[in-house]
Design a protein around this ligand. Structure first.
Ligand SMILES: [Fe+2]
Ligand SMILES: [Fe+2]
Length: 179
């Protein structure tokens, strides 16, 4: 078993990471199912490929029986998180991505801080650290790229939506750590 040496807290962390990467893949699928804008489609296609590579890397660390039992729900939640803002405007989509990736950057940062001191003692934990660090650095690029492309100032409805997305991301992490 790949991860029989992982402590229970790390398995919970990885379960939330895996669920998050599943959600991320489906966010971009939701955008691609809705958008006719070439810039957004190109952006979403490239990010989708990166999220799929993250998912493959995390699946190497976390076997199916330790993954979240709510994967169907994370897929649906991701899909609608991508689809809903894309029905409104390009900027809404970009601000949504920037919010999600800001959350994910912090999520990985917290885990990396916890893991860092342990990497000196275990090659396996050091490998997990490297995988999460790579994911985090890509998420930062996604966040910055989304923010760079926005044109209008974020309005009140988009701000409220982004707050809902951030809150939903936090709730999803709490749930995915347990189920
Ligand atoms: Fe990712
Ligand atoms: Fe990302």
């Amino acid at each position: 078993m790949i991860n029989s040496f992982y402590p229970a807290w790390l398995i919970r962390d990885l379960r939330s990471d895996h669920a998050g990467e599943v959600g991320a893949v489906w966010i971009y699928r939701g955008i691609l199912a809705t958008s006719n804008n070439n810039l957004i489609r190109d952006f979403a296609q490239k990010h989708l490929e990166t999220e799929q590579s993250h998912l493959r890397e995390i699946e190497k660390l976390l076997p199916p029986h330790q993954q979240s039992r709510l994967l169907l729900f994370w897929k649906a939640a991701g899909f609608f998180t991508g689809l809903i803002p894309t029905l409104f405007s390009t900027d809404s989509t970009l601000y949504t991505i920037a919010s999600v990736e800001t959350f994910v950057d912090q999520h990985y940062r917290d885990q990396l801080t916890r893991l860092k001191p342990l990497t000196h003692f275990s090659k396996k934990l050091s490998d997990v650290y490297s995988t999460l660090l790579k994911c985090q650095s890509d998420e930062i690029k996604h966040r910055d790229e989304a923010a760079e492309h926005t044109k209008a100032v974020r309005g009140i409805f988009t701000s409220a939506w982004c707050s809902l997305v951030s809150f939903g991301s936090l709730a999803a992490v709490c749930l995915a750590r347990r189920f």
